[in-house]
Design a protein around this ligand. Sequence first.
Ligand code: HEM
Ligand code: HEM
Length: 175
Amino acid sequence: MANHIEPVTKYSRPAKWLHWSIAILLLATFIFGVLLDNSTSDSLKFLLIKFHAPLGVAVGILILVRTYFAFTHPRPAPDLNWSPLIKWTSKIIHILLYVLPLVLVISGLGIMAFSGLSNQLISGQIEIWPALNQLGPRQSHGLISKLLLLALALHIAGAIYHQFIVKDNLLARMK
Ligand code: HEM
Ligand code: HEM
């Protein structure tokens, strides 16, 4: 008797939970990052980094767990009606949404280590925020956060386009 394998039409439950938890935590990390960058008070900066850094690390850990699920759980295939351009653009953006936050975690940890911020936080000497602008990891962190914002905007625009213009209910795969 032929063995019929049902095609996968939705992401697995853990993949969905991870997707939405990462989305919320990433948004919070981003907002704390922007507040951190724009704040002029050193004491406020030291307060904000205590939220921004652990949230960012949590995002990094969840993305690693999600990468494991992406390789071990079947995922829905791209719709046959999608053009190769749409298929490849969404694939590249999905890969960037995995990779860019991980690079931000690495550059974030680099800022902490090379500026002495982590030593300051450990020893409790948190009066003067160090100058970070000339630091390589700080410059990459700023640039990559902007690239991530662009990738996120394209991802969300794609979801809205599918939902309201193509009307193929793509969102149901992730609900
Ligand atoms: C309002 C916000 C968001 C909406 C509406 C949304 C919607 C979706 C939908 C519908 C899919 C399935 C696409 C498909 O089956 O081809 C998807 C996949 C994906 N989303 Fe989002 N998303 C949002 C936010 C985010 C955020 C913040 C991230 C950041 C990490 C993200 C990362 C991903 C990734 C990596 C995939 C591909 C999953 C995989 O193949 O493993 N999404 N999203
Ligand atoms: C997904 C993870 C992360 C995201 C999305 C993120 C996002 C951001 C953003 C948007 C900024 C402002 C950049 C600018 O406008 O130039 C920022 C700054 C910063 N982030 Fe992150 N970040 C992440 C992870 C981390 C981690 C893990 C750390 C530390 C361990 C960290 C440490 C910092 C520091 C020290 C600043 C500089 C603040 C300043 O110059 O005053 N970030 N981050």
